[in-house]
Design a binder for this molecule. Structure first.
Ligand SMILES: NC(=O)C1=CN([C@@H]2O[C@H](COP(=O)(O)OP(=O)(O)OC[C@H]3O[C@@H](n4cnc5c(N)ncnc54)[C@H](OP(=O)(O)O)[C@@H]3O)[C@@H](O)[C@H]2O)C=CC1
Ligand SMILES: Cc1cn([C@H]2C[C@H](O)[C@@H](COP(=O)(O)OP(=O)(O)O[C@H]3O[C@@H](C)C(=O)[C@@H](O)[C@H]3O)O2)c(=O)[nH]c1=O
Length: 258
């Protein structure tokens, strides 16, 4: 029997894992929302991990608001760096394997070709820097870890993401102004959940860093077009290419992961 705790379980990835967990055999899942377990509270994390017999911790908890992170870096670092450090520390103390999710935004986007796990990170925004720090704490303190970087994550059903924002705006009849100045691979949370459960946990991959995406590079504008097509809204919606779409945070021009 595998005992798995999932932190940040009310986010889009956490909720997808919860759905998949219903089909998993020989596995006991313990889903912890931010209200159940605040990963920034070292004592709470330690007390929980000490008293349970977890074999894995899948960390889906994160500060993911890229724009807000620029305005409130402390909040982003607290969750994405200090919170992750707390998890790594307690995982090490109680013999738990940490499966941690990271991001394409650890790269600066200056490379012309896809980024491999061997490429040197160099984040250009606060969110990316805070996530890289989290990765570094894990590598420093915990040998038994998996760091899985993904990109442009979306769920059609749960949470806040580009897919659901574009769909909502289109259905409300808003004009869609979307940039094409970045290239990345949109990734469905279902792909990532399967990778974690089937390939990492069941497939027994060696510890280390992995990239997991849906493997089809595109711009945000291409992605918006795809979302409209998929939902039969291409003719009705007004999608406009807007290279001046204003954002506070810098984002990597190319963050395609190989
Ligand atoms: N979204 C994306 O496009 C991408 C995400 N990733 C990474 O994938 C992982 C999953 O992301 P995703 O599911 O999209 O994220 P979401 O923003 O959907 O969910 C994050 C969850 O973390 C919780 N959380 C925040 N702070 C804490 C805390 N201190 N303690 C415990 N829980 C907390 C949130 O709870 P609450 O809402 O209550 O604050 C929320 O339920 C993250 O590591 C993210 O960095 C990587 C690449 C792309
Ligand atoms: C909603 C919207 C965004 N955009 C632009 C802004 C930005 O440059 C780009 C993406 O915007 P978003 O704010 O939706 O996505 P963003 O927050 O940049 O998404 C990122 O989230 C973090 C958590 C990650 O780890 C990354 O992999 C990535 O998915 O598209 C438009 O041009 N038009 C729009 O209507």
């Amino acid at each position: 029997m595998k005992n798995i705790v999932v932190t940040g379980s009310d986010g889009q990835l956490g909720r997808t894992l919860k759905e998949f967990a219903q089909k998993a055999k020989n596995t006991l899942f313990d889903f912890k929302t931010s209200a159940d377990l605040d990963i920034t509270n070292e004592q709470l994390v330690s007390d929980l991990f000490k008293n349970q017999e977890y074999r894995y911790c899948i960390n889906c908890a994160a500060y993911t608001n890229v724009e807000q992170a620029e305005k409130n870096p402390d909040a982003a670092y607290r969750v994405n760096s200090v919170g992750v450090k707390n998890l790594a520390y307690s995982c090490d103390a109680y013999g738990i394997t940490l499966i941690h999710i990271s991001t394409d935004y650890v790269f600066d986007g200056e490379k012309e070709t896809p980024y491999s796990v061997e490429d040197e990170p160099n984040p250009i925004n606060v969110y990316g820097k805070s996530k890289l720090k989290g990765e570094e704490y894990i590598r420093k303190t915990l040998p038994n870890h998996f760091i899985v970087r993904t990109s442009w994550l979306y769920s059609k059903k749960y949470g806040h993401n580009f897919y659901r924002t574009i769909l909502r705006k289109a259905l409300e009849g808003d004009d869609l102004r979307v940039t094409d100045d970045q290239k990345g691979c949109p990734t469905n949370t279902e792909t990532l959940a399967k990778f974690i459960l089937d390939e990492i946990i069941e497939g027994k991959k060696p510890y280390g860093t992995y990239h997991c995406t849906d493997g089809v590079p595109m711009t945000w504008y291409d992605f918006a077009q795809k979302i409209l097509n998929e939902n039969g809204l291409s003719d009705k919606a007004n999608l406009v290419l807007d290279r001046n779409y204003r954002t506070f945070a810098k984002r990597p021009k190319n963050s395609v992961l190989s």
